[in-house]
Design a binder for this molecule. Structure first.
Ligand code: ARG
Length: 625
C-alpha cells in the first residue's frame, strides 16, 4: 500500500547538488594561512575570510596563540562613516584575558597587518574595531568573483546528509495557501543547503491516510460517474471532500458504513485499496501540476506518504515498550515526553495507539523519524510546517531522544512559519469566505503580472509577454512569501507583491533585465565573463562592490538560520545599489573604454549574483520585460 515511490538518496541529476559536490573539495583542502596570517592562499579566499584570518593572526600576536580561534565577530559597518566592516570581538575576549575592551582592541589593531587589505583601521567606542578595506583589495576580490561560477560561495568543509521534509499536502483535498508556504520556503532552504555542498534528501510526507478515507471511499462508490475508464476525474477536490463530509454528518447509515470501510481499508481489502489508490493518484496529479507551475524541485520519487509507514507502526509501539517508555491511559497507549506538561500541570501524554487499535499522526512521525535515521542515514532532519505544529514536533523529537533512536549528533529542527492573512489581516479567504485554492491563486498571479508587463512594455510580443508574466507572477507569489520573516503571519497583498518598486520579485527581475539590456545594447555576451580590471571611480561603485563580496556570507547565514528572507533583503539592497551606481556611473557613456569595461564587468557580476540569488530562492529571471 505504498503510494511513495522509492526515495533517491543520491541526486546526481539535480544540477545544484552535483555542482556543489564537485566544488566541495578545494576549499576544504585549502591550506590554512600560517600563523602570520599572510599565507600564500590568503589572496584567493573570499574577502571576509581574509579579513577574519588577519584578525585572528593579530589576536594571536596580541594576546597569545591560544586565543587564535576566537570568532572575530565581523559585521558590515553600521554606518559608512565608520568604515566598511567592524569586528566586535574585543568586548567578549577582554574578560577572558583580563584587559579593558578598549585597550585590548587597541593592542589587536597595533598587531594587525594592514598590507594589501586595509587602508584604515581604528578603534571606536568601548572597543569596536573599524576596518576600511583597501580599494585595490576590494576591486581584486570582486574581479575574482567574476570568474567564479559560485560567486565566492565556499562549500561547507564538512558536508552533511540533510533530510528536508516539506510541502506535504493532504490527499483528497485541494492544495491550500499554507501548503504554499511550506513548499516555497522548504524548497528555498533545500536549494541553499545543496548549493553550499550538503547532500539534500527531499521528503514529501503527504497525508494520505486516516479515518476520513472511509467516508471518501463510500462516497466514491455512490458516484460511479466520477470514474472514467478506471481513472478518477475529480475537478474540484475540495467540493468532493465537503460533499462526502456532508453525507457523513447527515446520514447515520452512511457514517456507519464509512467507519466499517476504514477498517476494511486498513486490513488491506482489495476493492477498498484500489479505490483509495485511485484517489491518491488523482490528488498526486493535482499536486504535480502545482509543483511544475511553481518550479519547485520536488519530484514524484520524493514522496514518502504517511501510508508508507503503515507496516512499521506496530514496531514503533514495540520499540517504545522495549525502552520502557510505553504506558497505558484509558485503554490507549501513550508516551510522556520529558518536559511537556498539560494545562493542569500534569505530564502530557502523546497518544501513539488509540484504544480501538488505531494509530495517529504522531505515531507516523515517529516511524518516519526512525526511517530517516536508519535508512536515509540523515545527519540532520528539517521539518517545514506551520507554527501550530511546533509542539507536535518538539514532542516527537523529545521521544526520539528519550528512546535513544538517534545518535546525539543528529540535529532535529522544526522550521515553523506563520499563517497567511488577507490584506485585512484576517485569515486569507475567498470573497465568499471559503478556503483559497492554490491553483486559482497562481492563475490570478499570472493574469495580474500580464497586466503589469503590458503596461510597462506594450511592444513585447504576446508569446514572450506570457512567458514573462509566468516568471514574474509566480516569482512574485514566491518572493512575497520568502521575503517576510517566516515565523510571523504573512499578509497576502496582490498590489504590493506585483509592484515594480520595493522589496519584490518584479523589482529584482527588473534590475536583472536592466543589466541584460546594457549587454544587449553594447552587443556583448552576458554569459561570457568580462575580464577587465575593476576601477573604483565613485563611492557608488565602492558601495556596490562591498555588497557583492558579501554574497557568500549571506548564503551561509541563510543556511545557518534557515531564514530565506535574509537573502531577499540582501538582493533587494543589491538591486538598490545597482540603480544608484547606474545613476552616477554611466556604462555606455563612460569617460573612457577601460572605465566602461570595468563598469560592464561590475554590471555582469551584479546580474549573475541576482540570477543566482533568485535561483536559490526558486525564482526564474527573464532577460527582457
Ligand atoms: N500533512 C501535514 C499538513 O497538511 C503536514 C505534514 C508535515 N510533515 C510531517 N512529517 N508531519 O499539515
Amino acid at each position: 500500500m505504498d503510494t511513495g515511490r522509492k526515495a533517491h538518496p543520491s541526486r546526481a541529476g539535480r544540477s545544484q547538488a552535483g555542482e556543489s559536490r564537485a566544488a566541495a573539495t578545494p576549499a576544504a583542502d585549502a591550506p590554512a594561512a600560517d600563523s602570520e596570517g599572510d599565507g600564500a592562499a590568503d589572496a584567493t579566499q573570499p574577502l571576509h575570510v581574509r579579513i577574519e584570518e588577519r584578525l585572528r593572526a593579530a589576536v594571536a600576536r596580541a594576546v597569545g596563540a591560544e586565543h587564535r580561534e576566537t570568532d572575530p565577530l565581523l559585521r558590515p559597518a553600521a554606518q559608512t562613516s565608520f568604515g566598511d566592516f567592524q569586528a566586535n570581538l574585543a568586548m567578549g575576549l577582554a574578560k577572558r584575558v583580563g584587559a579593558k575592551p578598549r585597550d585590548l582592541a587597541t593592542r589587536i589593531v597595533a598587531a594587525l597587518e594592514p598590507e594589501g587589505l586595509f587602508s584604515k583601521v581604528d578603534v571606536a567606542g568601548p572597543g569596536f574595531i573599524n576596518l576600511t578595506v583597501d580599494d585595490r583589495a576590494l576591486a581584486e576580490a570582486a574581479a575574482r568573483l567574476g570568474s567564479d561560477p559560485r560567486l565566492g560561495v565556499e562549500p561547507v568543509p564538512v558536508p552533511m546528509r540533510v533530510v528536508v521534509d516539506y510541502s506535504a499536502p493532504n490527499v483528497a483535498k485541494e492544495m491550500l495557501v499554507h501548503h504554499l508556504r511550506s513548499t516555497v520556503i522548504g524548497d528555498a532552504i533545500a536549494r541553499v543547503l545543496a548549493f553550499i555542498g550538503h547532500e539534500v534528501i527531499r521528503q514529501n510526507h503527504i497525508g494520505d491516510w486516516g479515518t476520513q478515507f472511509g467516508m471518501l471511499l463510500e462516497y466514491l462508490d455512490e458516484h460511479p460517474e466520477l470514474r472514467s475508464g478506471g481513472r478518477l476525474e475529480i475537478g474540484d477536490l475540495n467540493a468532493f471532500y465537503q460533499e462526502a463530509k456532508r453525507r457523513f454528518d447527515q446520514d447515520e447509515d452512511f457514517a456507519r458504513r464509512s467507519r466499517a470501510r476504514v477498517v476494511e481499508l486498513q486490513a488491506g481489502e482489495v476493492h477498498s485499496v484500489a479505490s483509495w489508490q485511485q484517489l491518491v493518484d488523482a490528488s498526486l496529479a493535482h499536486f504535480e501540476a502545482i509543483y511544475a507551475r511553481l518550479d519547485v524541485l520536488l519530484e514524484p520519487e520524493d514522496i514518502r506518504a504517511e501510508s508508507a509507514y503503515n507496516d512499521s507502526l506496530p514496531q514503533v509501539i514495540d520499540a517504545l515498550a522495549d525502552v520502557g517508555l510505553l504506558e497505558e491511559s484509558e485503554g490507549a497507549r501513550v508516551v510522556y515526553p520529558e518536559g511537556f506538561k498539560g494545562k493542569d500541570g500534569e505530564p502530557f501524554p502523546v497518544i501513539v495507539r488509540k484504544s480501538d487499535g488505531g494509530y495517529l499522526y504522531a505515531t507516523t512521525d515517529l516511524a518516519a523519524a526512525r526511517f530517516r535515521v536508519e535508512k536515509l542515514r540523515a545527519d540532520r532532519v528539517i521539518y517545514l510546517s506551520d507554527a501550530r505544529q511546533s509542539d507536535h514536533f518538539a514532542m516527537v523529537f523529545q521521544i526520539v531522544r528519550q528512546a535513544g533512536w538517534a545518535p546525539e549528533r543528529i540535529r532535529w529542527d522544526h522550521v515553523p512559519f506563520g499563517s497567511v492573512l488577507g490584506p485585512d489581516r484576517r485569515p486569507f479567504k475567498t470573497r465568499e469566505g471559503g478556503t483559497v485554492r492554490l491553483a486559482e491563486v497562481l492563475d490570478e498571479a499570472q493574469h495580474r503580472a500580464r497586466r503589469v508587463i503590458e503596461e510597462k512594455n506594450p511592444s513585447l510580443p504576446a508569446a514572450e509577454a506570457d512567458e514573462v508574466a509566468r516568471a514574474v507572477g509566480i516569482g512574485a507569489i514566491k518572493y512575497s512569501d520568502l521575503s517576510s520573516d517566516r515565523v510571523k503571519d504573512y499578509v497576502f497583498d496582490w498590489d504590493r507583491m506585483l509592484s515594480l518598486e520595493g522589496n519584490t520579485a518584479p523589482y529584482l527581475i527588473n534590475a536583472y533585465v536592466r543589466v541584460r539590456s546594457i549587454f544587449r545594447k553594447l552587443e556583448r555576451e552576458f554569459e561570457a565573463p568580462i575580464d577587465a580590471p575593476i576601477q573604483i571611480t565613485d563611492p557608488a561603485e565602492r558601495a556596490l562592490l562591498l555588497h557583492l563580496v558579501e554574497f557568500s556570507r549571506v548564503v551561509h547565514l541563510v543556511a545557518d538560520t534557515l531564514e530565506p528572507h535574509r537573502l531577499c533583503t540582501y538582493l533587494y539592497e543589491l538591486a538598490a545599489r545597482l540603480h544608484r551606481f547606474y545613476e552616477r556611473c554611466p556604462v555606455m557613456r563612460a569617460p573612457e573604454p577601460a572605465v566602461r569595461e570595468s563598469r560592464l564587468a561590475l554590471s555582469g557580476l551584479v546580474g549573475r549574483t541576482l540570477e543566482r540569488g533568485l535561483d536559490l530562492l526558486g525564482i526564474r529571471v527573464v532577460s527582457r520585460m
